[in-house]
Write a protein that binds this ligand. Structure first.
Ligand SMILES: NC(=O)c1ccc[n+]([C@@H]2O[C@H](COP(=O)([O-])OP(=O)(O)OC[C@H]3O[C@@H](n4cnc5c(N)ncnc54)[C@H](O)[C@@H]3O)[C@@H](O)[C@H]2O)c1
Length: 399
């Protein structure tokens, strides 16, 4: 069985990928690199990792040379390129979380290294491996809608999800993380390249952080929801409600305070998630659109927006022979054919892992690649990042 080492035992490394690897037995986890003592210790116990294969920093780890077949790099956005370059120097097969980097020049640098790399390099584009996208790709490849002319893709973030990650949380500031369209939507541009099957040649974009600013507060609000806010009963973003009984209660494990309501409220008095949504000083967009044109003449429109109830992607592909529409979270796909004016409905299900089964799908894909004799890395990962950077430039420059 091929071996892997997790670098960054946080939300992705420890909570998303490692449990599936263990449960499925597709690879063997033999090491962990994580500076947080508790997370590293917990990981060590859970996966029976030996003491000498536990590291607190990836620099020390890479100094040892190659200790396994592969590394799964799950550090934060601005800590991706360096460990990836060191992993290439050591000759590891690599799964690098997306975005590859929030710095455009680093995308070029890494592409140069990956171009002729004879080991596997993939990035965390989990959506390609969801049963939902697999089914749509199968329909497209069968010619069900002829030549794709138009694509519409909506990333409906969920107001509670955007509030947690992009206003209060780690991706709120583009200077310390990434612009929203790079952090979140490089993924969506990957889907466009994958499904349209042609290079992107032009992008325009508009958007802003239009709502989560002090001017939009309902009145005189305190810095924290726990400071006796007079709008607590009506505010959809009241942290106490969101984290104790609302949709964001899913994220409470990040507070490391347990599930008790009083303990959660206590944590909200000091952590970043208890701050008033209008007073977080965040700068990333809360809504953005991009329109794109491809070498084969197809056009696409992409919208990412905080302002939805559910966290889901909706898609519409319009071709010369028919159209396909779908909602990822519901697993619903509708195919309409022009020739006989029929409508066919499909319902796909997944194994319950996050991202509609994409988290397990990508791990299976990675494990399969490790078994292959020869490696040909897909460089479109760099292209999708360039589309995201181009969209952000277009938004900033109005061009
Ligand atoms: N593929 C997807 O759909 C998807 C979804 C969510 C997040 N992400 C991306 O995955 C990455 C990780 O996100 P997360 O939510 O797990 O973040 P996280 O903050 O929960 O985890 C990052 C971990 O890296 C550790 N770390 C910090 N310095 C380190 C070092 N020097 N060496 C080793 N580890 C170090 C941190 O202590 C932390 O545990 C981010 O880049 C994020 O954008 C991808």
């Amino acid at each position: 069985m091929k071996t892997c080492i997790i670098i960054g035992a946080g939300g992705r490394g420890k909570d998303a990928y490692a449990p599936y690897i263990k449960k499925s037995g597709i690879m063997k986890i033999v090491g962990v690199v994580e500076p947080d003592d508790k997370k590293r210790e917990d990981f060590k116990k859970e996966y029976a990792v030996s003491e000498e294969m536990c590291f607190s920093d990836y620099h020390d780890f890479f100094q040892k040379g190659r200790l396994a077949d592969s590394v799964i790099i799950c550090t934060q956005d601005r800590m991706h390129t360096e460990p990836a370059k060191l992993a290439i120097e050591c000759g590891y097969h690599i799964m690098l979380e997306k975005p590859v980097s929030p710095v455009e020049t680093e995308i070029d640098e890494l592409e140069e290294l990956v171009k002729d790399y004879d080991k596997v390099f993939i990035t965390g584009y989990v959506l390609r491996y969801t049963p939902f996208i697999i089914k749509i790709k199968e329909l497209l490849d069968s010619g069900a809608i002829g030549k794709i002319m138009t694509m519409q893709l909506n990333e409906n973030e969920g107001f509670w999800h955007h509030a947690h990650s992009y206003v209060r949380g780690p991706w709120s500031n583009s200077k310390t993380s990434s612009p929203l369209i790079v952090a979140k939507s490089c993924h969506d541009f990957d889907l466009m390249l994958y499904l349209i099957g042609s290079k992107c040649t032009g992008v325009s974009s508009y958007g802003s952080n239009g709502y989560f600013t002090p001017e939009n507060a309902p009145g005189d609000v305190p810095m924290r929801c726990t400071d006796g806010c007079s709008f607590a009963d009506t505010c959809k973003y009241n942290a106490v409600k969101l984290y104790t009984e609302g949709k964001a209660s899913y994220f409470v494990h990040k507070f490391e305070c347990g599930e008790d309501k009083d303990a959660i409220i206590e944590a909200l008095k000091t952590n970043e998630y208890g701050r008033c949504i209008y007073r977080c000083g965040n700068d990333v967009c809360d809504h953005q659109v991009a329109s794109l044109v491809f070498e084969n003449g197809a056009t696409a429109v992409f919208t990412v927006s905080a302002f939805s109830l559910d966290n889901t992607r909706t898609i519409k592909l319009m071709g010369t022979e028919g159209e396909i529409g779908g909602c990822m979270e519901k697993g619903e796909i509708v195919l309409k054919r022009f020739a006989d004016m029929t409508e066919e409905h499909f319902r796909v299900t997944h194994d319950g892992t996050k991202h509609c089964g994409g988290d397990s799908g990508i791990m299976r894909h990675f494990a399969e690649l490790l078994e292959r004799e020869s490696v040909k890395n897909d460089l479109s990962v760099f292209e999708s990042h360039r589309m995201a950077f181009a969209a952000e430039r277009a938004r900033n420059n109005g061009k």
